[in-house]
Each structure stands twice: as structure tokens, then as C-alpha cells.
Write a protein that binds this ligand. Structure first.
Ligand code: C5P
Length: 402
């Protein structure tokens, strides 16, 4: 088997000393380590101690002519099988997410074609800050892998998420990736394992005749993103979807439907579930008669289309005997969003309502600004991408039922 080598980037944080332990652990496992220390990292560990442990020269300076003559930053990552950032500070994550390249570490992260594993370490508030959340999401979308952070006491005297994973855990993750023994997603925590989450998404289509139908502008993007986020956390997901132009998310059990009544049947059929998330923009009405012959326009001249009400899927599931423990409805409104949504929470028997103002370009767009309404209050979330909303909602679900 060929020699395995990683490129370790040591960031500037109190957890940097653990990078030294990691180099030793990897050496014992036969994995060689090239190293870069950021300027801030060098305030915590010295190039001498890092070089002493790795047995190789450590690199610090983008503009060092001798370094570039010996080994350019491109070559540093090219000759490694994996890039590992320990500790991944908020600053390094931000640079990597946004593509900044103003020092050797960030330039290497931008230039590498290798997988990057980050072991974040920072104060809990920095970890939870929306800016960091966004950066993590971007990096994940770019196929980065994260190990930790853990929950625990931190050097700053606070308690919470932000404590770096232990070197053994990081070394295990590195070894698994290098051995190709695991799919990278397997390394992520799976707090929704063994939970069944039923999600409706997209519009419904209510036929008028064989060529015409009633429907709406729902793209299905928000529902599909929620399905993806829940599946990534290990949930068994059933996604009952109306007609949309999206690819089925991986690892999700898809049920394609057209009409509201089909959506209701498929949803009931998928029960029992631990959580029901009703994201679909169900058509409230359907034509009273659905002929199998195309209606001639001359015959229908001035004749109004007779409609009848569709079943309310959310209310039916929330009021049924197989009611999931957590029932979440969506409320798309163009005005008076909060009041309408609060009323919906009560009259649809939901636990939560995710309310959003659809007067802008939310329907079909990539962003969403929502208010999460629970029985204990309303929480206004900032404008976020639909996948970010999905992940935040999935995290709330973990906190509630995980
Ligand atoms: O009453 P309204 O359509 O505003 O309620 C929105 C919520 O109810 C969404 O969660 C939607 O998925 C759900 N709904 C439903 N069946 C309907 C209408 C809405 O499940 N027929």
C-alpha cells in the first residue's frame, strides 16, 4: 500500500497544542504529515516543535522565496491525500468559505483539489453566530468534512459547543477517509437516527380536463431542502411531493403525487412517523368536475369554473389517531403574517408553524425569511438560503425529539 500523507494546517487557537498530539498519533498509524502554521497558529505552537514531531520542515510564509523554491503551496496539497485544518478557527473557516487567499494557509485551501477536513474550535457564541453557520454551510456544500466541535468546558470559561474534537477522534476520522472505508457523510453525527420524518412538498395539480389544471408557483425547494437536511442527520425521510423540477434528494423515500387527495392518501399511508412537516402548497380547491374530454372554449364561454374544497392534509394528520409527536405546518402569507400564522397553529392543531412572507420572490426563489412560531412564542430568523432554513429547522427538531 502506498504511503499516506496529509497536509495539516494549524490555526491560531488555544486548541493548537492538540495538533501536536495529532501529528504523533498519525505517525504511529503510519500517516505522514506536512504542516503549515498560520501566523496566529505560531503564537500557540512553534514551527520548531511542529517540525520536530513531523520530522519535516513546516511552512508558514506565502512569500518565502526559499519555501516556494523548495515546495510551492500547490505542491504541498498535491502531494497529500487529505487537507486537515486543526484547529479550524472562525477566521480560517470564513476565509475558506469566502475564498480569501491572503496567506499560505488560505491560499492552499483555495488552491487544493483535495478533500478538506475541519476540526473547528472556538467560543460557543462564535460557533453559533449566523456568519459562522453560513460559512459552515458553504464549506459543507463544497464537500468539506467536519469533525466536532464537542460540547464541554472551554478555555474562555464558558460551556457549550465549540470545544475541539479530541486528537484520537480526528485521527480516526482521517484514517477512515484515507482508507476509503467510509462514505464521508458517515462521519457526521446522526442525531435523528431511527426517527421517521414525513414531509410534503411542492404544489398539487388539480385537473380541469386532460390538458388543463389548477396549481400554484411552489417550486418544492424548501421542502426538498428540509428532506435533505433531515436525511443528513440520519432520519428516515418520506417525501411526498407534488410535480416539481427537482431531483429527488439522496437517501430519501420519494412518493410522487399530483393532486391534494393523492397527497393525503400517500401521507396517511406513510404513517406512523415521529415528525410530520407539511411544506406543500396544497391547492385549496379543485374543479368540481374533471372531464376526460378537453373542454371546448366556445362551450364554456362565460361559464365559471365550479370548485370544491380539497381536504386539509395538515389538519387531517394533526387530528388523526396516528398523530406524529411533532407536527409542523407552514404558513405562506402576503400580509399580517404573524397573526394569520398564530391562528393557524391553533386551528390546525400543529406544534409549530413556520411562517413566511411570500409577497416577494420566496416562491421559486432560493432564500427565505421565516418566523418559527411555537406554543411558547415566535422566533424571527434572518434572511437565509432555503437549505440554511432547512438545517436550522432540522436542528430544532433534534433539540426537541432527538
Ligand atoms: O391554510 P393554509 O393553506 O394557509 O395552511 C398552510 C399549511 O397547511 C401548510 O403547512 C400546508 O402544507 C398545509 N395545508 C394542507 N392541506 C391543505 C392546505 C394547506 O396540508 N389543503
Amino acid at each position: 500500500m502506498s504511503e499516506k500523507r496529509i497536509l495539516l494546517i494549524i490555526g491560531g487557537g488555544i486548541a493548537a497544542f492538540k495538533a501536536l498530539l495529532l501529528i504523533r498519533l498519525l505517525a504511529k498509524r503510519g500517516i505522514k504529515t506536512s504542516t503549515i502554521i498560520t501566523k496566529a497558529g505560531a503564537e500557540f505552537v512553534t514551527p520548531l516543535s511542529v517540525g520536530g514531531l513531523s520530522g519535516e520542515k513546516t511552512y508558514t510564509d506565502l512569500f518565502s522565496l526559499s519555501d516556494e523554491q523548495e515546495m510551492g503551496h500547490i505542491e504541498l496539497s498535491r502531494s497529500s491525500d487529505l487537507v486537515v485544518v486543526v484547529p479550524a478557527t472562525a477566521d480560517l473557516l470564513a476565509k475558506a468559505a469566502r475564498g480569501l487567499a491572503n496567506d499560505l494557509a488560505s491560499t492552499t485551501l483555495l488552491a487544493t483539489d483535495k478533500r478538506v477536513l475541519y476540526a473547528p474550535a472556538m467560543n460557543v457564541r462564535m460557533w453559533e453566530h449566523p456568519a459562522t453557520r453560513r460559512n459552515i454551510q458553504i464549506l459543507r456544500e463544497n464537500h468539506a468534512v467536519f469533525v466536532g466541535p464537542d460540547e464541554g468546558d472551554m478555555a474562555c470559561g464558558e460551556f457549550g459547543f465549540g470545544r475541539m474534537a479530541e486528537p484520537e477522534t480526528i485521527a480516526d476520522a482521517i484514517e477512515k477517509i484515507l482508507d476509503g472505508k467510509t462514505h464521508l457523510d458517515d462521519l457526521a453525527p446522526k442525531p435523528l437516527k431511527n426517527k421517521h420524518i414525513l414531509i410534503t412538498a411542492g404544489p398539487t395539480r388539480e385537473p380541469i380536463d386532460p390538458v388543463r389544471f389548477l396549481s400554484n408557483h411552489s417550486s418544492g425547494k424548501q421542502g426538498y431542502a428540509i428532506a435533505k437536511a433531515c436525511a443528513a442527520l440520519g432520519a428516515k425521510v418520506t417525501l411526498v411531493s407534488g410535480p416539481v423540477a427537482l431531483a429527488p434528494p439522496q437517501g430519501v423515500n420519494m412518493v410522487q403525487v399530483e393532486t391534494a387527495r393523492e397527497m393525503l392518501d400517500a401521507s396517511k399511508h406513510a404513517l406512523p412517523a415521529d415528525v410530520f412537516i407539511s411544506v406543500a402548497a396544497v391547492a385549496d380547491w379543485r374543479p368540481k368536475t374533471n372531464t376526460n374530454k378537453k373542454i371546448k372554449k366556445d362551450k364554456q364561454k362565460l361559464q365559471p369554473l365550479a370548485l370544491r374544497e380539497n381536504p386539509d392534509i395538515l389538519r387531517t394528520i394533526a387530528g388523526g389517531k396516528n398523530r406524529p409527536k411533532l407536527v409542523i405546518g407552514f404558513a405562506a402569507e402576503t400580509d399580517n403574517v404573524l397573526n394569520y400564522a398564530k391562528a393557524k397553529l391553533a386551528n390546525k392543531n400543529c406544534d409549530w408553524i413556520v411562517a413566511n412572507d411570500v409577497s416577494g420572490d420566496v416562491m421559486g426563489g432560493d432564500n427565505n425569511k421565516v418566523i418559527l412560531i411555537t406554543k411558547s412564542g415566535a422566533d424571527m430568523w434572518p434572511l437565509m438560503g432555503k437549505f440554511e432554513v432547512a438545517k436550522k429547522l432540522a436542528q430544532k427538531i433534534v433539540e426537541t425529539i432527538g
